[in-house]
Write a protein that binds this ligand. Structure first.
Ligand code: LCV
Length: 259
């Protein structure tokens, strides 16, 4: 059974996550389906993309597939990891990608959503950043994607507490473009995508990339870079990281010792 479906309607493409049994967890197979779908739409020169989950879902995506997180020394969220590849595909896609959300958005799925260009959400949507709940050494690239999408004060609160934030607060802080009732969100999003598709695609694509280059423009000295890598190594090699994974697998609350 396909984990992802892709349809094209004129110049608008739709990519749908469809693995409810695992709450659309972003495992290698599902991500491969998303990347393949985006590549097919790119070849078909669509002018707008809608990224959504199956209608009526309570969980848009449960984030990174925890069963696929390495328990060894390998960096769980390094440059070549599937989730990183997906985020880059979305950011480099030469047309706007609209995330159409229903239900909960967890962990790495928040990064996927905030790598999109616009966000439409139903009133039940929540966002939760979970590295602290799993003891995971989060990546600088992921933090930058999130920091470009929200105020640092909210990012700190979400990262340190791992508590979900509701769409009302997200709307107040400008994290989402539109909050739309569940019976209208598909039509509303399709209409906005069609509007984008009627505009000059080269101008739209250029502005998307210009804005991304501006977002990426941060200076880092070698010492700062080394320190960032050291911070991630320390967390990635900690007992707490192993405890976070073990607790999830055992369906119990983690006990973090700070070691
Ligand atoms: C694998 C899963 C998952 C899952 N992986 O349904 O951002 S970082 O750094 O943290 C990054 C590393 C990351 O993204 O980590 C993942 C962060 N995600 C989470 O912490 C969310 C974990 N999932 C949940 O809390 C619950 O599943 C939610 C609240 C999303 C849905 O709860 P619900 O009661 O509806 P279940 O928990 O019963 O899940 C249904 C099946 O999906 C699996 C889960 O193990 C279960 O499998 P079994 O039926 O085999 O028991 N599942 C859910 N999320 N991220 N597997």
């Amino acid at each position: 059974m396909a984990l992802v479906s892709v349809i094209t309607d004129g110049a608008v493409g739709t990519v749908m996550l469809d693995h409810p049994e695992k709450r659309n967890a972003l495992g290698e197979a599902l991500i491969a389906g998303l990347v393949d779908g985006l590549d097919r739409l790119r070849a078909g020169a669509v002018r707008a993309v809608v990224l959504r989950a199956a209608p009526g879902t309570k969980v848009w995506s449960a984030g990174h597939d925890i069963d696929e997180l390495p328990s060894s020394r390998r960096d769980p969220l390094g440059w070549s990891e599937p989730l990183r590849l997906l985020v880059r595909r979305l950011q480099e896609f030469p047309a706007p990608v609209i995330a159409q959300l229903e239900g909960g958005v967890w962990g790495g799925a928040c990064e996927v959503v905030f790598a999109c260009d616009l966000i439409h959400a139903t009133p039940d949507v929540t966002f939760a950043l979970t590295p602290a709940r799993l003891g995971v050494p989060y990546g600088l690239f992921g933090l930058k994607t999130l920091a470009s999408a929200m105020p640092r004060s909210l990012l700190r609160e979400m990262a340190f507490t791992a508590r979900p934030v509701g769409v009302e607060r997200a709307w107040q802080l400008g994290l989402v473009n539109h909050v739309v009732p569940v019976d209208r969100i598909a039509g509303f999003t399709a209409d906005l995508a069609r509007t984008i598709a009627t505009n000059a695609p080269l101008a739209v694509a250029a502005m998307k990339e210009q804005l991304r280059i501006l977002d990426d423009a941060i200076g880092l000295g070698p010492g700062q870079f080394e320190r960032l890598q050291e911070l991630r190594r320390t967390v990635g090699e900690s007992g707490d990281y192993r405890e976070g994974l073990a607790a999830f697998a055992a369906k119990r609350a983690p006990v973090f010792l700070g070691t």
